[in-house]
Design a protein around this ligand. Structure first.
Ligand code: TYD
Length: 406
């Protein structure tokens, strides 16, 4: 029986989406299916800890099965996200970093470094802990290591303690959370804070956004589970903010125990989560039923369009699309290609489904009748940019919170 990675208590598995390839394993067309990077499969099932309420993938992904070199994620690939990260930088300068004489700020997992760039431009000393081989960090200083007690001690010896440690879309992927908290304990000044943002499990349930489940998101946090996690490691959840990005995220602020009272928003969200029954097996079973319903509706729609001779393309070969195509059994027969702006994905095939990835220009050459939007979290930005598609008679297919054509 799978157990909680944090407290060892048995997990209650409430969703099992079957066996999936890694969401970043895009094979080249010449790679034979059995030997290609997308041949590996893991079971994509999600469970809730009966004790600390932490929602997590039930299966571990063995070491060695990580994204190929040239990991194609850029946190600021969307203009909305770039602006979100700049606004985050300005917000941190106004709040946690204001009034400090020579502030030192650290980011964990910074990809292209927009937040730290913004802080560095305002005179803050910055350092990123980024173990991946990715190199497009916008000129900020990078320590190629995970944040652990040992790497934190090195940083403190060189720079002194940090006023803030920030992470976006990273903590949900860190297998060794005890190691992370040991690093935070070494690195943070006594009054320092850890601020992190990740997809919110409450939104995933509310929107039936099951495609947020994939190998790189190991944990799906709530205020309830983050409070328990923080307390286990000597911290307190003192702040919560709702963020509209990526289909609904939460930004959590953690301080050392006894340093700061929690803001009213913390108690409000804890009460809301209890009222919604986010840890209630019946609520989670109903969610799993809705996920099944989305699959049935989406497959029925795509088969109907195919039978009627309509063309359908995918838009954005996201990690989320890997979950959808695998769980729904979609392949090139129903979606002959997916257009995506990431050069490293273009000319390759999507993981498992083996749908060819084409550059964005291919979208208009000629337009398909329908486009299945796998980056639904960027819908407003993409639909505005691609307004000529609708003007030419094209229609978008969305599947969050339910299947619909717009
Ligand atoms: P994101 O929602 O961050 O995806 P993920 O599920 O992978 O975390 O979107 C990033 C992907 O979507 C990336 O492959 C690029 C693609 N994309 C486009 O092709 N066009 C766009 O306009 C946007 C915003 C993303």
């Amino acid at each position: 029986m799978p157990t909680c990675r944090i407290c060892g208590t048995p997990l209650h598995t409430f969703l099992d989406l079957g066996h999936h390839p890694l969401s970043s394993a895009f094979p080249a067309p010449a790679e034979a299916p059995g030997a290609a990077c997308d041949a590996f499969r893991y079971r994509l099932a999600v469970g809730r800890c009966e004790r600390c309420a932490l929602v997590q993938l039930t299966d571990d992904i063995p070491h060695g099965y990580r994204p190929y070199p040239g990991y194609p994620y850029h946190s600021s690939g969307s203009t909305v996200m770039r602006e979100h990260f700049r606004a985050t930088g300005r917000h941190l300068l106004r709040t946690e970093l204001s009034g400090t004489h020579t502030p030192f700020a650290v980011e964990v997992g910074c990809t292209d470094g927009v937040v730290l760039r913004c802080l560095a431009d305002a005179g803050v000393r910055t350092l990123a802990f980024e173990p991946s081989g990715y190199t497009g960090h916008g000129g900020i200083r990078v320590h190629r290591a995970f944040l652990t007690a040992a790497s934190a001690r090195e940083a403190v010896a060189a720079e002194g303690p940090a006023q803030i440690v920030y992470a976006a879309n990273t903590v949900c992927d860190i297998a060794d959370l005890p190691g992370l908290f040991a690093g935070l304990d070494e690195l943070l000044a006594p009054g320092g804070v850890f601020v992190f943002e990740d997809p919110y499990f409450g939104e995933i349930v509310g929107r039936t956004a099951f495609d947020q489940f994939y190998d790189e998101h190991r944990y799906y946090f709530t205020a309830t589970s983050v409070r328990a996690l923080a307390e286990r490691f000597g911290f307190r959840l003192v702040g919560i903010e709702r963020l509209p990005v990526h289909g609904g995220q939460l930004r959590y602020t953690l301080a050392r125990a006894g340093r700061r009272p929690p803001s009213p928003a913390v108690a409000e969200l804890l009460a809301e989560e209890a009222g919604r029954g986010l840890t209630d097996p019946a609520v989670l079973a109903a969610f799993a039923g809705r996920v099944d319903g989305v699959r049935e509706d989406l497959v029925a729609l795509l088969e109907e369009l195919h039978a009627a001779g309509r063309t359908v393309a995918g838009y954005a070969a996201t990690a989320k699309s890997c979950t959808v195509t695998t769980y729904c059994g979609l392949g090139p027969h129903l979606i002959p290609y997916i257009c995506d702006s990431t050069p490293a994905k273009q000319g390759r095939l999507t993981p498992g489904a083996r749908i060819p990835v084409r550059p964005p220009d291919a979208f208009a050459a000629p337009y398909p009748d329908y486009a299945l939007l796998f980056a639904w979290n960027h819908a407003a930005e993409i639909m505005a940019r691609e307004r000529a598609f609708r003007a030419a008679g094209g229609r978008w297919i969305l599947y969050v919170p339910g299947v619909r054509v717009v």
